[in-house]
Design a protein around this ligand. Structure first.
Ligand SMILES: [Fe+2]
Length: 203
């Protein structure tokens, strides 16, 4: 079995409004932790593979749990890559005549309603993500609350937008009761052209 080793990506981030450099630094370090653990889980499973029939019941339990936890680490890595990429290039509004804006209009009545809906879903209790997906089979979008990083993801659908709602994403700058301010700051800094590009490139 050959395992791919993942390397943390670097992001070309502008100065953000309402999300401090320290907050981003802390968050990027956490992202790198996910990449490290993706590799660690894969390496550890590789080590167990050599046990063969000598694996004890305890080993088998550990192996099963490592397999289960792989999605947590992997999605933690990939979701953060989606998150930070969305700030690259600086804030840009959704283009009124983009294919994404049209899909948003069909689903939510208007492009502005997509943002309003994201805010509403972001108000869900608990940690997780708001994720906007494209269902390429029927050419529509879905806005979903994903728990942890991996619970409730829609199978096979390309991710258009990922809003991190774990407390680590904002608690350098805001207290939990100010989560709404963080959501507003996220949306104010969002480069919608990245989201539009994901929509257009999703096949
Ligand atoms: Fe995060």
């Amino acid at each position: 079995m050959v395992h791919m080793t993942y390397t943390p990506k670097t992001f070309n981030l502008p100065t953000l409004e309402g999300i401090s450099e320290k907050q981003i630094k802390v968050h990027l370090a956490l992202y790198e932790g996910y990449v490290k653990h993706v590799n660690l889980v894969a390496e550890t499973l590789k080590g167990y593979a050599s046990y063969g029939d000598k694996a004890t019941e305890g080993d088998k339990y550990a192996i099963a749990e490592l397999r289960r936890r792989f999605a947590f680490e992997f999605d933690g890595m990939r979701m953060h890559e989606h998150y930070f990429e969305q700030f690259e290039g600086g804030a840009a509004a959704l283009t009124a005549d983009s294919t994404l804006a049209k899909a948003a209009e069909e689903k939510y009545g208007s492009a502005e309603n997509l943002t309003a809906h994201i805010k509403k879903v972001a108000g869900s209790r608990g940690i997780g993500w708001v994720v906007v997906y494209k269902d390429t089979k029927v050419n529509t979008i879905h806005t979903v609350f994903v728990g942890d990083h991996e619970v409730g993801q829609l199978a096979g659908l390309p991710i258009l937008l990922a809003l991190d709602l774990w407390e680590h994403a904002y608690m350098v700058d805001y207290v939990p009761a100010e989560k709404k301010n963080y959501i507003d700051a996220f949306l104010a800094n969002l480069n919608w052209s990245v989201v539009e590009k994901r929509f257009d490139e999703a096949k």
